[in-house]
Design a protein around this ligand. Structure first.
Ligand SMILES: [Zn+2]
Ligand SMILES: [Zn+2]
Length: 138
């Protein structure tokens, strides 16, 4: 994902008129909103961060992820439609495969710019992937 020069800063898809700031997350470039603390991340970056092995997680977060896996989500509780901060197309909403409570808004345009994750969800996805690999919950 590349941001062309001289363009205005991308806007948070979840907040009205808040700008996203470029940030580094374990070596990957992501975009963050300082208001809602959500994260914009590209497909390659997300695939990479899902495979991170060395990270230490907060034990409380690990317990939370285990509980979240059991949650059933109804679409009625979800926020409204969101637009891609880079190409403005309406994003496609999905639930993370193992944790339906994690809602992912993904750019559905031809550029496939990336996806929007709510506060804390990137780390929860990392925890879930590690848990599967190391069989914490079986
Ligand atoms: Zn925001
Ligand atoms: Zn896009």
């Amino acid at each position: 994902m590349e941001l062309p020069a001289k363009k205005p800063k991308p806007k948070c898809p979840a907040c009205d008129d808040a700008e996203l700031s470029m940030a580094k997350n374990e070596g990957c470039t992501v975009y963050r909103c300082k208001f809602c603390e959500g994260t914009w991340i590209g497909d390659k970056e997300l695939a990479f961060l899902k495979m991170v092995k060395y990270k230490r997680f907060d034990p409380k977060e690990i317990v939370k992820v285990k509980i979240l896996r059991e949650w059933k989500m109804t679409d009625a509780a979800l926020p409204g439609e969101r637009h891609c901060p880079f190409c403005s197309v309406l994003m496609a909403r999905t639930h993370y495969e193992d944790i339906p409570a994690i809602v992912i808004d993904k750019c559905a345009g031809p550029k496939k710019c990336g996806q929007w994750l709510g506060r804390g969800d990137l780390e929860r996805i990392q925890i879930n992937e590690r848990a599967k690999e190391d069989k914490w919950w079986s």
